[in-house]
Design a protein around this ligand. Structure first.
Ligand code: UD1
Length: 420
C-alpha cells in the first residue's frame, strides 16, 4: 500500500500535457467488442481502470495489447465467452459497459451485478429498460444479470427518465447492430458520448445526433475495427486548472478542448482566476485572491459532478461563503469529513454543502474515499500548512495518469511512498 505525501505552500508554474479521457476510453474499449477486425486506439492514459476493462475483454477471449507510448491494439476477431465475472465488475462498475456490445455481437451477455458504490446506490434500471425495449429478455439471479436476444435486437424508441451517461452508451452500442432504427430521447449529451459515437461510426455504425437531446441509430449488419484517437480528459484538465487557482499559480495545459470545459472555466473566471484559451490548450493564472462562487452540478452542459469535490477544496480556502449543490449523485460529499479534518468549515444539509472559507488548511493524514475525492484532498494538500498524507490512493490511480509526475513538473512537493 502506498500514500501520497504533499508539503503545501508551493506556487505551481510550468506546462503539462493532458491525457486521453478515461470516461471516453472505457466505453470505447467496450465498443471494440462489436468490431470483427482489430481496432487501434490512441492517446491511451496509463490508468488502473483501463487495465481493468482490458482484463474484462481478455476474459471474453479478446486480445488487448498495449504498444508504447500510448496505443492500445484490440483484436476482437473472435470471442470465446459472453460473461463478465464478479471480481472485475466489483473492481470497476464501468465493466457493466460491455453488456450492450456483447448483446449486439453475441445475442447474449451475462454480467455480475455491479453492486453498491461509494457515491450513491447507482442503479442500472435505465440500462436494462433500454435493452428490454430493444427486445432483450432480462433474467436476474445468483448475483448476475443475463440479457438474451437469440434472434438479435430490434430498433425501438427509448426515452431515458434521466440522461444517464452509462445507459446512453450501453444503448448506443447495443442498437448499432439492431434491426432497424432506434430513437433515443433525453440521452446524455456529454463529450464522451460524442466520442463514442464518432468511434462507432468509424467502425461502420450509423449514429446521428450524439451530443444533442435525440440520438438516431440506424442498425447495420456488422461493424469492423477502427483507428481512433481519444478526446482529452476534461476532468483531469479541470483538476489542474483548480490546482493553478488554489496555489496562486500560472500553468499551461496542452491537449485541452476548452469547449468541453465551459462551465468549469466560467466558474473559475467568476472566482477571479484568469483563463486564456487557445486552439490547443489553456493558460490558467491566479493572484491567489479569489471570490466565493456557488456551484450546482448538472448533466452536461451543466457543471460536472466530477469537478465538484475539487471546487470544494478551492472554496474551502476562499474567504466568504459558497454553496455547492450536488444534483447528479446522492452521497457524493464523502470528501467533506476529510477536508474538515484539515480545518475546512463545511456544513452539509441534504444535497447542499455550505462552505465558509478559512485562511489556512493544515496538513494531516487523510483518506481518498473515491477518485475525485482523492483529487480534492491532493489539491487541499498543495496549500495546506505542513504535510498532508493521502491514503487509499488506489482510487486516484484509477483515473489520474502520472499524477505525481505531472504535479512535480509544475513544482509541487509531492511524493509517493509506502504506507507504514
Ligand atoms: C459516468 C462517469 C462518472 C460521472 C457520471 C456523471 C464513466 C465511466 N463514469 O458515470 O465519472 O460522474 O457519468 O457525469 O463515464 N442512474 C439511474 N439509473 C441508471 C443509471 C444511472 O438512476 O440506470 C442515476 C445514477 O444513480 C446517478 C445518475 O443517474 O444518480 C447519473 O449516473 P450516470 O450518468 O449513469 O453515471 P455513470 O455512467 O455511472
Amino acid at each position: 500500500m502506498e500514500k501520497l505525501v504533499i508539503t503545501g505552500g508551493n506556487r505551481l508554474s510550468g506546462a503539462i500535457k493532458i491525457s486521453g479521457a478515461k470516461n471516453a476510453l472505457l466505453p470505447i474499449i467496450a465498443a471494440s467488442i462489436l468490431g470483427k477486425t482489430p481496432s487501434i486506439l490512441q492517446e491511451i492514459p496509463d490508468l488502473e481502470d483501463v487495465r481493468t476493462i482490458s482484463e474484462v475483454l481478455h476474459e471474453l477471449g479478446l486480445t488487448v495489447r498495449r504498444e508504447e507510448p500510448d496505443t492500445l491494439v484490440i483484436d476482437s476477431s473472435s470471442i470465446s465467452k459472453c460473461e463478465a465475472p464478479y471480481e472485475l465488475v466489483r473492481k470497476m462498475r464501468a465493466s457493466f459497459l460491455v453488456m450492450g456490445s456483447l448483446l449486439g455481437r453475441c445475442g447474449q451477455a451475462k454480467i455480475s451485478l455491479p453492486g453498491g458504490c461509494a457515491i450513491g446506490t447507482r442503479p442500472i434500471d435505465l440500462h436494462l429498460k433500454g435493452f428490454e425495449a430493444l427486445g432483450a429478455e432480462i433474467v436476474l439471479g445468483h448475483g448476475y444479470i443475463e440479457a438474451r436476444a437469440p434472434q438479435g435486437l430490434t430498433g425501438a424508441r427509448i426515452y431515458l427518465d434521466f440522461p444517464s451517461v452509462g445507459a446512453t452508451e450501453n444503448i448506443m452500442m447495443a442498437a448499432s447492430t439492431a434491426k432497424g432504427q432506434t430513437i433515443l430521447e433525453n440521452p446524455a449529451e456529454e463529450p464522451e458520448i460524442v466520442d463514442l459515437a464518432t468511434y462507432l461510426n468509424t467502425m461502420g455504425a450509423r449514429i446521428r445526433g450524439a451530443g444533442t437531446n435525440v440520438i438516431k441509430i440506424e442498425g447495420v449488419a456488422e461493424l469492423r475495427g477502427a483507428t481512433h484517437t481519444v478526446i482529452p480528459d476534461r476532468i483531469e484538465a479541470g483538476t489542474y486548472m483548480v490546482a493553478a487557482a488554489i496555489t496562486g499559480g500560472d500553468i499551461r495545459l496542452d491537449n485541452v478542448l476548452v469547449e468541453h470545459l465551459k462551465p468549469v472555466i466560467a466558474k473559475l473566471k467568476e472566482a477571479g482566476v484568469t483563463v486564456d484559451e487557445d486552439i490547443n490548450g489553456v493558460r490558467v493564472r491566479s493572484s491567489g485572491k479569489l471570490k466565493p462562487v456557488d456551484i450546482k452540478t448538472l448533466p452536461y452542459p451543466g457543471f460536472p459532478t466530477d469537478m465538484q469535490s475539487q471546487f470544494m477544496s478551492l472554496m474551502a480556502v476562499t474567504a466568504g461563503t459558497s454553496v455547492v449543490t450536488e444534483t447528479v449523485f446522492e452521497n457524493r460529499f464523502m470528501h467533506v469529513d476529510e477536508l474538515k479534518r484539515m480545518g475546512a468549515h463545511i456544513k452539509i444539509e441534504g444535497r447542499t454543502a455550505v462552505i465558509e472559507g478559512v485562511g489556512k488548511l493544515t496538513g494531516c493524514p487523510v483518506k481518498a474515499t473515491d477518485l475525485r475525492a482523492g483529487a480534492a484532498l491532493v489539491l487541499a494538500g498543495l496549500v495546506a500548512d505542513g504535510q498532508t498524507e493521502v491514503g487509499c490512493i488506489h482510487h486516484i490511480d484509477r483515473g489520474y495518469d502520472n499524477l505525481v509526475g505531472k504535479f512535480r513538473t509544475l513544482g509541487a512537493d509531492i511524493v509517493r511512498t509506502p504506507t507504514g
